[in-house]
Design a protein around this ligand. Structure first.
Ligand SMILES: [Zn+2]
Length: 279
């Protein structure tokens, strides 16, 4: 968890640009994070293309999606997606709404998106499908009214990803990093599911596999390793040097030592500490 709100805004802005750099967000889509000091508020960029978002663009809202400070710039019209999900899911601290090319065939056809490979398990066992016509009939498909956001949050339920008919998807996470990982790998999962479908019948991971692989993917080690990779790719794209503070922090986090084996387990097996140097 970042130790200041300034750091949180920088991290959130970087998450926008990372997810854009990985081809998930384009001119549209957005990412939010809950205020760790006040769970009744959240942060979201002003209305801007994700690849361009900087810390100074981040605005703060209450859970009814009213701005805390009247903005001088335009807010996203779909911000209720974030406010209503934060209201319904106290365990969620970050939300991404997107229209990734790989997700769209599923949002258009209604074919279920299912975890089909180990990293795709980050999406969970399944993703519900929200059809705005069920409660609202014909609309312009944007989620702009609080009741529309609340309906989407109900469809999401306790899942991590919800597909939105003819529109896109919304993904949630316990932190910005977890959210970024889940957003990127659920989109890759969609890509692989569609490609595998062309070869024949595709079955999903078992529930047990989805649970175990999903948990492993989001452990600190894999998360830090993936994040260093995404931050490096972004730094290269943006022409920032190796001394860039964000890149150095991501490298340091990914260099953490392997967890030590519990002493009791070593003692049980009679493992002795080596005194000599390397052979
Ligand atoms: Zn949208």
């Amino acid at each position: 968890m970042p130790d200041s709100l300034a750091e949180l805004r920088r991290d959130l802005a970087a998450a926008y640009r990372i997810v854009a750099n990985e081809g998930i967000l384009d001119a549209f889509g957005h990412i939010s994070v809950r205020n760790p000091n006040n769970p009744q508020r959240y942060f979201l960029s002003r209305s801007r293309a994700p690849a361009l978002v900087q810390a100074a663009d981040i605005l703060e809202y209450d859970l009814d999606s009213n701005p805390i400070v009247p903005p001088v710039t335009r807010p996203y019209s779909e911000r209720v997606i974030h406010g209503e999900i934060f209201k319904a899911r106290p365990d969620v601290n970050a939300v991404c709404h997107h229209h990734a090319p790989s997700i769209m065939p599923f949002a258009i056809s209604g074919v279920p998106l299912l975890p089909v490979f180990h990293l795709g398990a980050a999406m969970g066992r399944s993703a519900p499908f929200w059809d705005s016509r069920d409660e609202f009939g014909d609309t312009n498909l944007l989620v702009v009214k609080p009741e529309e956001g609340a309906s989407l949050a109900r469809a999401l339920g306790n899942h991590s990803v919800v597909l939105m008919r003819r529109h896109g998807a919304t993904v949630v996470g316990g932190s910005v990093r977890e959210l970024v990982f889940r957003t990127i790998y659920s989109a890759k999962n969609a890509e692989h599911q569609l490609a595998a479908h062309m070869l024949g019948h595709v079955s999903p991971l078992t529930d047990g596999e989805a649970d175990m692989a999903g948990q492993l993917n989001l452990a600190p080690g894999p998360l830090a390793r993936a994040y260093e990779y995404w931050v490096r790719r972004l730094a290269e794209r943006e022409g920032r040097g190796k001394s860039d503070p964000m890149l150095r922090a991501a490298e340091a986090a990914a260099r953490l030592p392997a967890p030590a084996k519990p002493a009791s387990a070593m003692a049980k097996r009679g493992v002795k500490k080596k005194s000599g140097g390397r052979k």
